[in-house]
Design a binder for this molecule. Structure first.
Ligand SMILES: NC(=O)C1=CN([C@@H]2O[C@H](COP(=O)(O)OP(=O)(O)OC[C@H]3O[C@@H](n4cnc5c(N)ncnc54)[C@H](O)[C@@H]3O)[C@@H](O)[C@H]2O)[C@@H](O)CC1
Ligand SMILES: [K+]
Length: 509
């Protein structure tokens, strides 16, 4: 499922109208009918509904919904937020059809419209055309809707919420359900705007192929179906070499646990062989927890890996993927280590956590890489990498990720609710699994291990990374479903739930 900006959706509509000859009035009819179908699936025709209609095309959709619901026998009041003479184009056309059928509307009056009289309120006030904070009378109407107890269904986008940014003005609709037309807009996956959408239902108005073939969007939701189609199948005559040989580098005297968690997640992801490289004093901690990993004790300095490795013969060629970062620390010895990895690792290289710390100083080495580089910052780390404030990163996750990944030529995993993976070509994938249970120490290390494990087994970097992100979120979803709380759990619990997460995928193969 594609995710679009308001401009891209306009471009899709334009193509359908100008190149295919589809009439705007027909698209609106399709949209309104599809929305009405969803409403009738979720609500009884005995319920009483109010439809709040704005002057743009979102309002036009509202007139079609009103007509269809009334035709089916629902008791519907239509409230107009705009001057009836201001309607234009397709919205005016559908207003006239509604009127020609002898149906009625009322001009909005806050003192006459009692929201609690209704079981359902349908928000057809503003769609992707909204600009800036709501003006009267929309603002008053939105406040009244939010205060009321009716079930709120927004058409396409909750009124007042922008399409591209997660940042919302003070007054916006908080919907219980948003029936999205053809494709969700970016803000559906950006906080705090996400909270305004409620449950998202997407309806097809006949433009799916136009989005896929004629207006390249290159931003899509990664679903369980995508994981099922791209997770490599295990073959009966496999041997450990079939599933890849990986190298994980991390750990320091004060953080032996991070690299252990990452190694454990990697070993539980189906990887064939894992070598964990850590300061020699840390290796016993790793081995006491994980007898399955091979060890590469590294020379250390001040409790961290000695960056020059003290002349040690350090060869990364035998590995099909390498990850570095968990628990490395930020000693300045780490910078030459990261430089060396960027230069010498000819396989996919994943850098996370402390390995990202020195990245802004290693720009040339990043750009010079030929093999894939994958980085996994959370918004705070992304802020350091880009020099932008964390708030801006959160509001513009799609745009900033794409700019960064394309400029540096790397795969960028911007973590957070709805993690976004961007390829060096600018293709974007949005994750929908996971929940707030993941907001605790160690879960990033688990993700690093999982990505490493799936890189070792998969052919396509972006699919391997997305599958790891999805499975990681799925463990948290399973954890919450099983224990019905998010307080008492640790990052290790998510590793222990990986068998159930994999089972849920392979049972759908
Ligand atoms: N061909 C199309 O364009 C289709 C559009 N559709 C619907 O049309 C919507 C987009 O339509 P429009 O582009 O007309 O946009 P809107 O329906 O969002 O309305 C824009 C109007 O709202 C006013 N407005 C903007 N910001 C405001 C604010 N802050 N306070 C008060 N008023 C404000 C503007 O004066 C403008 O006239 C979509 O979200 C979707 O619901 C669907 O009918 C499918 C087909
Ligand atoms: K709306």
């Amino acid at each position: 499922m594609q995710v679009v900006t308001g401009e891209e959706m306009k471009e899709v509509d334009r193509y359908a109208i100008e190149s295919l000859g589809l009439k705007e009035e027909l698209l609106m009819e399709n949209a309104g009918r599809a929305v009405a179908e969803v409403i009738m699936e979720d609500h009884s025709l005995q319920e009483k509904a109010a439809i709040l209609i704005g002057k743009g095309n979102n309002g036009g959709d509202g007139f079609v919904v009103a007509r269809v619901l009334i035709d089916h026998g629902m008791d519907v009041d239509v409230w107009l937020l705009a001057d009836p003479n201001e309607f234009e184009g397709a919205a005016c056309y559908h207003k006239e059809i509604y009127e020609n059928l002898g149906r009625e509307w009322k001009e909005w009056d806050a003192s006459l419209c009692e929201m609690d009289d209704y079981d359902v309120v349908i928000d057809a006030m503003l769609g992707t055309g909204v600009r800036g904070p709501l003006r009267p009378p929309y603002k008053e109407a939105v406040l009244a809707v939010n205060k009321g107890s009716a079930d709120v269904i927004s058409i396409d986008i909750p009124s007042g919420v922008p399409s591209e940014s997660g940042k919302i003005p003070e007054t916006v609709i908080y919907a219980d359900t948003t029936v999205v037309i053809q494709a969700p807009k970016c803000s559906a996956y950006l906080y705090p705007a996400t909270d305004c959408y409620g449950a998202i239902r997407t309806v097809d108005i006949g433009l799916r192929k136009v989005i896929e073939n004629n207006v390249p969007i290159r931003r899509k939701v990664w679903t369980k179906n995508d994981v099922c189609h791209s997770l490599p199948h295990r073959i009966p005559n496999a041997h450990k070499g079939t599933h890849g040989k990986g190298l994980l580098i991390g750990g320091s005297k004060s953080m032996p646990g991070a690299v252990t968690l990452a190694a454990s997640a990697c070993l539980n992801s189906g990887a064939g062989l894992l070598t964990t490289a850590a300061p020699s004093s840390v290796m016993p901690v790793v081995h006491s927890q994980l007898p399955e990993t091979m060890g590469m004790p590294l020379p250390e300095q001040g409790g961290a890996i000695a960056g020059d490795l003290m002349g040690m013969d350090f060869n990364t060629n035998p590995y099909q993927a390498v990850a570095a970062g968990p628990g490395l620390g930020r000693e300045k010895t780490i910078k030459p280590l990261v430089r060396r990895l960027l230069t010498e690792v000819n396989a996919p290289l994943l850098l996370d956590a402390d390995a990202l710390y020195f990245l802004p100083e290693l720009e040339q080495e990043v750009k010079a890489r030929n093999a894939p580089l994958i980085i996994t910052p959370h918004p705070g780390e992304m802020s350091r990498l880009t020099g932008e404030k964390t708030e801006k990163i959160n509001n513009q996750r799609f745009t900033l990720s794409r700019e960064f990944a394309m400029e540096k030529g790397c795969y960028l995993v911007l973590k957070g609710p709805h993690t976004i993976v961007t390829t060096p070509d600018g293709d974007q994938f949005i994750n929908t699994s996971g929940n707030e249970a993941l907001a605790r120490g160690g879960t990033g290390d688990v993700l690093t291990g999982l990505i490493l494990g799936l890189l070792l087994q998969g052919k396509e970097t972006s699919a391997s990374v997305m599958n790891a992100v999805y499975l990681h979120g799925l463990t948290a979803d399973i954890a919450v479903k099983k224990s019905r709380q998010t307080y008492a759990m640790t990052a290790s619990d998510f590793i222990h739930l990986l068998p159930l997460a994999f089972r849920s995928i392979i049972s759908s193969f």
